[in-house]
Design a protein around this ligand. Structure first.
Ligand SMILES: NC(=O)c1ccc[n+]([C@@H]2O[C@H](COP(=O)([O-])OP(=O)(O)OC[C@H]3O[C@@H](n4cnc5c(N)ncnc54)[C@H](OP(=O)(O)O)[C@@H]3O)[C@@H](O)[C@H]2O)c1
Length: 235
């Protein structure tokens, strides 16, 4: 992995931050993307690798094009794209506004389409890899998850197509579908007691690094990882 160039979206917190840390430890050079520059700078300054931070709203095509252009300007190539940025705002269907729906879909799903498409020519050159951070919500429904589940089911569909279209060009597309992980995504929810029982973001960062390092003659189907005991299980 040493010397490879990776773009990580949502790199300023949670899983994105953890992915940056594990990739940096393997000598990967990083482009950290997200909206809060202060968070990106904080993470970047603690990494032992070459980094660039790029302010980017992944919902916006121009921002995403700029992210890719900036990555190529700085490092000359792109080897890995980690589509990680996402939001989780569970609401019952009859309380889900069209604007909420659109926001979740464009942050969680359109973003992955935009960045994969923009990076595609460079991934063709490098025979690179995309890893999509999906969710267990891509495999089952839950109450309040209309937009979130739809976005993550959609992400797995997008991944499946990119995996097929990428193969002739040597591009490998991986998908990770984790259950609950203790990250700031849960901040606005009343789940304080469950947080300590959730998987750690560092564990997911390490898993992403391991998946990317799997020999290139091996393909991986979407990987679902769950907590051994559900954090919401009442003892
Ligand atoms: N934590 C879990 O239990 C869990 C489980 C399964 C899957 N996931 C998935 O893991 C991914 C990362 O989430 P997390 O748990 O690490 O939560 P998090 O700490 O809240 O991270 C989400 C990141 O996405 C970025 N982001 C949100 N909207 C964005 C936008 N419009 N443009 C650019 N960046 C944006 C945020 O940065 P800015 O606000 O600075 O832009 C933030 O750094 C998400 O796709 C989530 O669905 C999480």
């Amino acid at each position: 992995m040493k010397g490879l160039i990776a773009i990580v979206t949502g790199a300023g917190s949670g899983i994105g931050e953890a992915v940056c840390r594990s990739l940096a430890d393997s000598g990967v050079k990083l482009i950290l993307a997200g909206r809060r520059i202060d968070k990106l700078t904080e993470v970047a300054s603690s990494l032992v690798t070459q980094t660039v931070t790029v302010g980017c709203d992944v919902r916006e095509p121009q921002d995403v094009e700029h992210l890719v252009q900036e990555s190529v300007n700085q490092f000359g190539q792109i080897d890995i794209v980690v589509n990680n940025a996402g939001i989780f705002r569970p609401t019952p269907i009859d309380e889900t506004d069209v604007s909420d729906w659109d926001n979740v879909m464009s942050t969680n799903l359109r973003s992955a389409f935009l960045l994969s498409r923009a990076a595609w020519p460079f991934l063709k050159k490098s025979q690179g890899q995309i890893i999509n951070i999906s969710s267990i919500a891509a495999t089952r429904g839950f109450s309040g998850g209309a937009a979130y589940c739809a976005s993550k089911f959609g992400m797995n569909g997008l991944s499946a197509v990119l995996a097929i279209e990428g193969k002739p060009h040597g591009i490998r597309v991986l998908t990770l579908c984790p259950a609950q992980i203790d990250t700031p995504i849960w901040q606005s929810m009343d789940v304080e007691d469950a947080l300590s029982k959730m998987m750690r973001p560092e564990q997911i960062g390490e898993l992403v690094r391991t998946m990317l390092a799997v020999p290139r003659n091996i393909d991986l189907e979407p990987i679902v990882v769950t907590n051994f005991i559900s954090p919401f299980e009442v003892n």
